[in-house]
Structure formats: C-alpha cells, structure tokens
Design a binder for this molecule. Sequence first.
Ligand code: DC
Length: 181
Amino acid sequence: MVVTIDGLAGAGKSTVARLLADRLGYRYLDTGAIYRAVTLAVLDGAPDATTVAASGAWRVLADDPRLRSSAVDEAVSAIARTVSVREALRGAQRDFLAAGDAVAEGRDIGEVVWPQAELKVWLEADPDERARRRGTVHALERDRRDAEQTRVPADAVVVDTTGIAVDVVVERIATLVGERS
Ligand code: DC
C-alpha cells in the first residue's frame, strides 16, 4: 500500500512520514530531498538540471548534509518549477512506488505522481507554527514560490498538526492505514 503525505513547508511532513514508515515497516520516499539533490548538483557546477534529473546523477547527493543548507533552500524552488525536471523525477518516484509498500512525502504526490494511492494525507499547520518549526519565515516565502507545484488531492484526508504531538499524528494516520488495508 502507498501512503502519500503532502503539505506545505513546515507542516511536519518529514518527521511524520519518516516515523510512520518506521511504524508500518514501509519504505520511505522523501521527494523534496530529490529536488534538493538536483539543486545541489547544479550549485556544484552541473550545467543542466534536466540532465541531472534524467540521468539519475542526483542519486549520489541524496544523503548529502548540504541538502538542508540555505543555499539549497534559496535555489530549489526555481529548479522544482522546471517542467522537464519534474517530468524526469516523476519517473524515478513512480518506479520507487511501483515496488510496493511505501510512505511518500512531497507537494504533488497524491494528486500527480501517484493518484492511485490507497491513502492520501494533506498535512496542515497554522502559518506561525510552520514558521517556528522551520526556524525562519522563509518557509512561508517558499510556499509562495512552490504554490504552483502544490496540489491538495481532492480525496485527501486533511490532518491539522497545529499543537498536536507528532506521535499522536502518526498514530492517527496509522489507524487510517489499518482501516484501509
Ligand atoms: O519538502 P522540502 O522543503 O524538502 O522540498 C524542497 C523543495 O522541493 C520545495 O521548495 C518544493 C519542492 N518540491 C516539489 O516541488 N515537489 C515535491 N513533490 C517535493 C518538493
């Protein structure tokens, strides 16, 4: 079964998706990290983001500690808006999800990448809390830049994480998984 966890920056996607995958014994797909790895390759001097995306050259950077740097934060939205980059990465994401049980997080997974997901979650938190979690108001600026790629699936379960402990959120989603499997 595939569970998608989409939402804005600072909604808690990474923490929730990672813990949920552990809890269920599912594989975990962080699609934001893939867009970040392509961006890092370009910052490191690769001439063309689409070539990096299509060749899979980003894979060697997928765990690089610089993925969360402010340089990548700044540059990633423009690269993620590039249609040819999105198309190339969509293929890699679909290959991963086609292999079976997984929790995938991102902006467009439930609506565009894997609309057949058995459970789609849209994570929300109020803007103050999202800015606090990110430790910066830049997260909200990034939402604006990412708006076009951000899709709330029509059939998503909306989970508001404002003021709710992360293990409670994970438990709530795990219960939904149990009901649907
Ligand atoms: O979730 P994150 O902050 O690690 O995502 C990094 C960037 O990648 C974010 O600015 C938006 C983009 N992104 C996207 O366009 N589509 C996705 N499925 C995931 C992330």
